[in-house]
Each structure stands twice: as C-alpha cells, then as structure tokens.
Design a binder for this molecule. Structure first.
Ligand code: E4P
Length: 223
C-alpha cells in the first residue's frame, strides 16, 4: 500500500520525503488555510518539486465550469498534480470531463460505497472515502474501504482507493488489510507509526551498554 501525506506543510513533507516513505501528498482548502502565508499555487508547486508522486489540489467552485477552470489551472502547475473534486452532481460531471481531457482526478468527500462506485465510473483516478469522519458519527468507516476494494477488484475498475481522514496508526493497518491502495495521513500519524516504546527504550539501552563497555575498556587501558 502506498503512503501519502495529508498536509500542505512544506517542512513536514520535506522531512517525510527524506525518510523515503511517502508516495504522494493530498491537500485540501482547510489544510492550506492551516499553513497560509503563500498562494495555494506556490505551495502546490513546491510540494510537486519535493515529491514526484501524485499531489492532490482541491477545487472550491460549486459549478461545473468553475471546477473545470480551477482543475485545468491546477493541472498546468506541474505534471504530477491530481485535481481533487468533491462528490456531488457537478463534481461527477467535472470528473468525467477532466478525465476526457486526460487530467487525473481524486474524488473527495466520499462516505458510502455507492458514492465510490459512481466516482470510479465517472473516471476518477483516485477515490477518497473519509473513514475518520464516519467513525466520528458512530459509523464504521473501514466497511466502506473493504466494500470498495472488493467491488473495484470484482468489476475490474481502475480507480485507486485513498483511505482518507485517518486519525491514528491503527487506521493505516486496517486500511492496508482491507485492500486500500493508498492511505493518506497527517504527519503526526506517520511519526506514530515509526515509534514503539520498546524500540525507543531499546535504542537508549543499547547506547548506554555501548558507552559502559567503552568506558570500562578505556579504564583498563589506562591502568
Ligand atoms: C483527504 O484527502 C482529506 O484531505 C483529509 O484526509 C480529511 O481529513 P479530516 O477528516 O481529518 O479533515
């Protein structure tokens, strides 16, 4: 399963890229608002320079023509831009038309298996079920991932599932086992995946034992 970072924070993306574990980035208007300080376009271009993988840029227009204008504009920014379009009637039409133009899309704000099916039929390259927001309202977000993975495989449809709205590392494991192609996560969740208390304790212990052995050797030589 591929790992995307769900952020517009350049520093976080740079760090994760150095670790060699990220395959792409997803952004949205709220994530952009969190960092601000520069135009959305310049941030997207910077991200595209750091990662060669897909970078999602989200449209905010509510009408089809507006979505197309924004989508084409984003697609011109870099070769690896993917246009993020919300699941709605206008969004489906925009996805269909952008796909006809050879522009890749990521259908966002998916909360049901049927929404995912429609997005895939419209020609979205990626479909993004929001599992955390479903869990928040006492529904099982992972069920949508499991059903969509089965459905896409059964009907040999090309869209890739991006498990989105990830809240904790367990979501990542569950998404991978449920058959998601991608998990997009906040930087903090990626860090949480790296750490384990026994690993961290082990590193400290090995270093302490090493230092002790070296000190004893130095003392012996100095006798
Ligand atoms: C996905 O592409 C979205 O940007 C994101 O995962 C939404 O997550 P949230 O529910 O934490 O806002």
């Amino acid at each position: 399963m591929k790992i995307f970072l769900d952020t517009a924070d350049i520093d976080e993306i740079r760090i994760a890229a150095r670790w060699g574990v990220i395959d792409g980035v997803t952004t949205n208007p709220s994530l952009y608002a969190k960092v601000g300080g520069a135009s959305y376009e310049s941030i997207l271009q910077e991200i595209c320079k750091i990662t060669p993988g897909p970078v999602s840029a989200e449209v905010v227009a509510a009408d089809v023509e507006g979505m197309l204008t924004e989508g084409r504009h984003f697609a011109r920014l870099a070769a690896n831009i993917v246009v993020k379009v919300p699941m709605c009637e206008e969004g489906l039409e925009a996805i269909t038309r952008l796909a006809d133009e050879g522009i890749k899309t990521n259908c966002t704000l998916i909360f049901s298996t049927n929404q995912g099916l429609l997005a895939a039929k419209a020609g979205a390259s990626f479909i993004s079920p929001f599992i955390g927001r479903l869990d928040d309202i006492n529904e099982d977000g992972m069920t949508v991932i499991r059903e969509l993975a089965e459905l896409l495989a059964l009907h040999e449809m090309d869209a890739e599932i991006i498990t989105a709205s990830i809240r904790h590392p367990l979501h990542v494991t569950q998404a991978a086992l449920a058959g998601a192609h991608i998990a997009t996560m906040p930087f903090k969740v990626l860090q949480q995946m790296i750490h384990h208390p026994l690993t961290d304790k082990g590193i400290v212990q090995f270093r302490a034992d090493w230092d002790k052995a070296r000190a004893e050797l130095a003392a012996k030589k100095g006798e």
